[in-house]
Design a protein around this ligand. Structure first.
Ligand code: PRX
Length: 633
């Protein structure tokens, strides 16, 4: 595509143009894609309602841009490389022609089973090709995909299915994860006992082990696929039709379904991928995320395919069969751009440099990081040891809600500074605000990160609850999208994102709401109340620390801790299990009954003797008790 930026000077002039004339700028970028009908109006927006519409009147199908448009010249080029969990099993590759055929077949399977434009389909699957194919088939037919990370529990899955009234679930028999085999179909079955909207379950074979199939509801995907035609006319979507819903955690309540729409998301996913990663025609790009998260949506599936770039999809884990797996895959598939999370970098750094030294890693050109702040030590290790000092690092800051990368260097062109995401992409207008919403003009001051102008892939709503979208993102500061992150700007205008300033914890790059974990813990019949905070964790970035009040102080604390972990696993999933559980007799509350998390955070961080003013507490002695009983972290 003809929107590649090739130098830092070009970035600067492009950025300037994008701010001076955003509509003209995005008009030009959008024109690089294939539309079934050109849009009438580039942008309508109002951040107060909020109401943002890009490329209205335009008609498109994102899969035509991901697949069909590459067929004539690049039909035989590899589109997808699937690396299985077990390195002894065969890699599976799809050329653009083959992927196109598979997606069309799957779209026919969906249609045959009653799926029509606008239906919601839930995916609960391991990282197997059927997941990428299914997601694209959904987009081709105009249905809305809702991918749920396959580590969530049946209860969490049921909540997400019900929130969007999904008509179909796509899953697999089981899930291979390193040496373990985990349930998928059984989890779906359990969830579906509470999900009346689901009519059909399509089951892919992964392990091949027997799983119960319910007649009249459950179908084997491979059987359906074998009969399906390999052609399917892509449905014409309005630019502002929904493309997908993706659930993410916030400060309060249950996870919300972030909604992205077809036109703007496509334009931004393709543009940002191309410029941040700077792929060449024959490069192989690998993002290690799971498609259950936004990173997988935008930068395993859509972004690379929109650009005709070969994308790798990995089923397994970084440390199985050994800690060299990532590097072995990089060599095996000659990966050029490698994109992962700081938590993985830190975990692999802890395994020792010998795992890296065993591999060539000579194909690597660009290293990317995403999901949480990267500490300087990990940054240097990534740069010096993994990249052998020759690969630029792109530290990409963005969110489920932003749809694509917002702050990042453009690989090879932008200056790098460890732990700084850097500069905004063209079209992105970040600001730092103080608590009152005034601009923080001075450099090197911490402020709240907000965005003052829409970009094409900004979330449009939260599924079924627009008011929640307004309250969460657009009500804190009038006229701004508020990110929930704190950040600093240096004297050169580079931005460092420090982390969440709300009640969201970032554990291994996964967003977890404190309220969600508290609600889960409170499900235990002996628990009266709980409060959850994050604390610094060497590998995970943050860990979860729970303060729990029981009906009476548990006699066997270890057993009670285990029971609480079981409840959290059942309600949410393993990723939300607290590392630390402290039983307390009271929680620090203000006179109006609000839990003072600031204090609990300090205690969890080991700074319990630097609490500052606690005089506004209803009962200041509670703090002393908690601090005295603190666990050694
Ligand atoms: O706190 C920021 C952190 O991850 C949050 C968004 O999480 P999620 O919606 O799950 O999306 C993650 C993948 C895009 C942000 O609010 N975050 C993400 N990337 C970075 C980051 N923090 C610092 N530096 C980053 N590069």
């Amino acid at each position: 595509m003809n929107f590649r930026i090739n130098s830092f000077e070009e970035y600067q002039s492009t950025y300037k143009k994008s701010v001076e004339d955003p509509e003209g700028f995005w008009d030009g970028i959008a024109s690089e894609y294939q539309w079934k009908k050109k849009w009438d109006k580039t942008l309508n927006w109002d951040f107060e309602k909020p109401d943002v519409r890009w490329f209205e009147g335009g008609k498109l199908n994102i899969t035509e841009n991901c697949l069909d448009r590459h067929l004539a010249e690049n039909g035989d080029k590899t589109a997808l490389i699937w690396e299985p969990n077990n390195p002894d099993d065969a890699t599976v590759t799809f050329t653009f022609t083959e992927l196109h055929e598979a997606v069309c077949q799957m779209a026919n399977v969906l249609q045959k089973n009653g799926v029509v434009k606008g239906d919601r389909l839930c995916f609960y699957m391991p990282m197997i090709p059927e997941l990428a194919i299914g997601v694209l088939a959904c987009a081709r037919i105009g249905a809305i995909h809702s991918v749920v990370f396959a580590g969530f529990s049946a209860n969490a899955l049921a909540d997400r299915i019900n929130d969007a009234s999904c008509k179909m679930v796509l899953t697999s028999d089981e899930i291979k994860r390193g040496a373990k085999v985990m349930d998928a179909k059984k989890v779906v079955d359990e969830a579906l006992s509470k999900c009346p909207s689901v009519e059909t379950v399509l089951v892919a074979k992964s392990t091949g082990n027997d799983v119960p199939m319910q007649a009249g509801r459950d179908l084997w995907m491979h059987e359906e696929m074998s009969e399906a035609e390999a052609e399917f006319e892509a449905v014409a979507m309005d630019s502002e039709d929904m493309l997908f819903v993706l659930y993410t955690s916030g400060s309060t309540g249950k996870p919300k379904g972030v909604v992205h729409t077809c036109g703007g998301y496509m334009v931004y996913a393709g543009y940002s991928f191309n410029n941040v990663f700077q792929p060449a025609d024959d490069d192989v790009y690998w993002c290690t995320a799971d498609i259950g998260w936004i990173t997988g949506h935008s930068y395993i599936v859509y972004g690379p395919l929109l650009n005709g770039t070969t994308t790798v999809m990995f089923e397994g884990v970084p440390t199985w069969p050994d800690s060299g797996r990532f590097w072995e895959i990089c060599d095996k598939h000659k990966v050029s751009q490698f994109y992962t999370a700081p938590t993985a970098i830190r975990a692999l750094m802890a395994c020792g440099d010998e795992w890296i030294q065993k591999h060539q890693l000579s194909s690597l050109k660009v290293l990317g990081t995403v999901g949480e702040p990267i500490n300087e030590e990990a940054w240097h290790w990534y740069h010096d040891v993994v990249g052998r000092g020759k690969c630029p690092i792109v530290d990409t800051w963005w969110q489920t809600e932003t749809g694509g990368i917002m702050l990042s260097g453009l690989a090879g062109h932008s200056p790098m500074k460890p732990s700084f995401a850097g500069y905004p992409l063209p079209g992105i207008q970040p600001v730092l605000l103080d608590e009152k919403g005034n601009l923080v003009e001075e450099n090197n001051q911490e402020g709240l990160l907000a965005i003052k102008y829409p970009w094409p892939s900004i979330l449009r709503t939260t599924y079924g609850d627009h008011e929640r979208c307004r309250l969460t993102y657009f009500s804190h500061f009038k006229g701004y999208y508020f990110t929930g992150d704190g950040a600093k700007r240096d004297d050169n205008g580079m931005i460092r994102v420090i982390g969440r300033v709300d009640d969201v914890i970032n554990v291994s790059g996964h967003r977890i709401g404190t309220a969600e974990v508290e609600n889960a813990i409170d499900e235990h019949p002996d628990v009266v109340e709980s409060a959850v905070v994050g604390y610094p964790h060497d590998i995970k970035g943050q860990g979860i620390y729970a303060y729990v009040i029981c009906r009476s102080m548990p006699e066997n604390q270890d057993q009670m801790r285990q029971e609480i972990l079981d409840v959290v696993t059942k309600e949410i999933g393993k990723i939300a299990k607290p590392e630390m559980i402290q039983f307390v007799t009271g929680l620090p509350k203000t006179r109006s009954g609000k839990i003072m998390r600031r204090i609990l955070r300090k205690i969890a961080e080991g700074d319990g003797d630097k609490l500052g003013d606690v005089s506004t507490l209803l009962d200041p002695s509670v703090v002393e008790d908690i601090h005295r009983g603190v666990l050694v972290v």
